[in-house]
Design a protein around this ligand. Sequence first.
Ligand code: MG
Ligand code: MG
Ligand code: MG
Length: 308
Amino acid sequence: MATYIFGHTTPDSDSIIGAIALSYLRNRLGYESIPSRQGEINPESRFILERFGLEEPILKSSYSGEDVYLIDFMERSQAPADIDEANIIGIVDHHKLGDLTTSAPLDMWVRAVGCSNTVVKQMFDIFNIDIPEGLAGAMACAILSDTVIFKSPTSTKEDTKACRELAEIAGIEDVRALGFEMFRVKSDISGTPKRELVLRDFKDFNMAGSKVAIGQLEVVDLSLFDNMRDELFEVMEQIRVEGGRDTLILMLTDIIQEGTEILVVGDSLDRVREAFGIDLRDGREWLKGVMSRKKQIIPPLEKSFNDV
Ligand code: MG
Ligand code: MG
Ligand code: MG
């Protein structure tokens, strides 16, 4: 029976490219594997797939009775609805320990690095399997995306090393230039419906029983959002209420200035104020030096929600 390999809901480039890369590796090792995805392909991932001539993973949202291998997530809130009826045979990830569990032993490749594709690159090395040029280029892009061209506090030496080696295989001379080209593509939000923007890189979390959603948009210039915030707040509130969420935060991250403006709606603004020691006047605040959801937003927020 083939194994489906897929990443989190609202897939990003790490989830899409990681599913392709890990499937390729496992197929080479003799385990029949099929890359899949839980949602639409975002413009950045589309750019990578086209640039390196890769086929997109199949869209599949139900996995009852299937063998599955997860990449880039291990949270129930980011999994298919019928995940409990699937057989999780392995996980490759770089997030905090999630709340999924299994009834049988599994492979866990979890590292505190900046990108799941860094872990997959290390797996290729361990199993001594060559990476095709196009796949290597795409994996390098996934690392550039997740580490925000190595600027994110999540980025490690291992990510830089893996990315450099992948770029060499792919024949990419200036990997940073490729990174900035990719982020410029990602920054082109003109004409995109606001709802789509809020949901583009969107994750739900369970914090002490409250449903908290955090979306993130990474752009090369924050002024792109001028005159757009009122409409963003409106759409954020709609999405929050529809999904029965307590709080919804949208991170507007400026990768050049290296900071994030957060927009917040919901019932627990005081929890957010406490988490970051901020006023949050008009529901927004600039957080200097903040670029990472997993490392700089989730931990203080979770602590604040857990405080009695
Ligand atoms: Mg991801
Ligand atoms: Mg990732
Ligand atoms: Mg990210």
